[in-house]
Design a protein around this ligand. Sequence first.
Ligand code: ZN
Length: 359
Amino acid sequence: MRAGVRVGTAVAIASIAIAGSIGTAGAATGDDAPGLKAAVDKLKQDVTRLENGLRAKGIRTETGNSLLDTGTGSRAGCTPGALLGWADQLNKAMSSQEQRGSGLLGSLAFDYAGSVAKEGPDQKFGTDGQYTEQSTGTMNKLRSFWDIQSKDIQLVPAHGTDLADPAKVTKLFSLVDGAEQAKTDAADVHTVLAKIPELKNGRSPVLTFNAYSAPGPDKRIELGDGILDAAAKFGFGPIGVPVVLAHEYGHQNQFANNYDASGPALEMGADAFSGYFVTHPNGMGFDGAAQGKATELSSSIGDCQDDHGSPQQRSAATRWGEKQYADQQDPKAVRPSAEFITAWKKEFPVLHPDGARKS
Ligand SMILES: [Zn+2]
């Protein structure tokens, strides 16, 4: 939860199996497309102007708030989760200028989701719309499961492919620029996208390897195609969307209850909410095997920078949430969100002694 009010998600999927197949291509140098640096410099100016303008209007922005930023660090006794490590490798396979361009474009994809996109029947989730039913179905369950005001929380997608749509990019920049300037901005976006072949015209998961939950007044959850695609790639197919989305909705529970925390307390708390929802029969009703996959997914996006929690801590938080259902006496009852947070506050120092000392 850096850069304002947004909360990076974390959930992710993953196992160890695929990491090796990605290769470990080192950062390329000197073989950038001609003119890439100048194009990225220009885009940087455009994005800075856009995001300053958005912030002046009270709209959140994404720059510098990527889950990928947490993937690089490690410390003794900690290895970043496999899914996070995989995305980090994809990113590092690009040159430094390409990574700059990719970071700016990824910010724009989430800026679009955060300011232009609206929930509605035409919204598709996933690069090819493949997660639409699952996303909207899970969101409906979450809305009726938890006890917070839910109808004003929008669910919107973040598509890397939106960057290849000049009309959408122009609309985004039109929030702060005049019509002619916005068209020029869209051309600048197109230029950078075209000069970085690794981004696959917006289909690369590195662009949208994240999800966000934003508090009011414009409450919304933004689901990036990239993190959902990565989850599916790692074999979490039916598990990925509910676990990620329930984590983000867990942040909405935290906002609604004014839970004042940051970093791992907040993120692992969202994992706990997710674990409870996916286990409860009124939620997803995951069986034991699926619950195990849910904890594995949380682990796979754990980091070693004490940002969202380590792989071990994140899986423990998810498991604790799952156990809250297993241990309750009335199998039909749903815990009030406030009571769940009270219980989590007691548990967090057990699962994360360092974080407890810091906060
Ligand atoms: Zn989160």
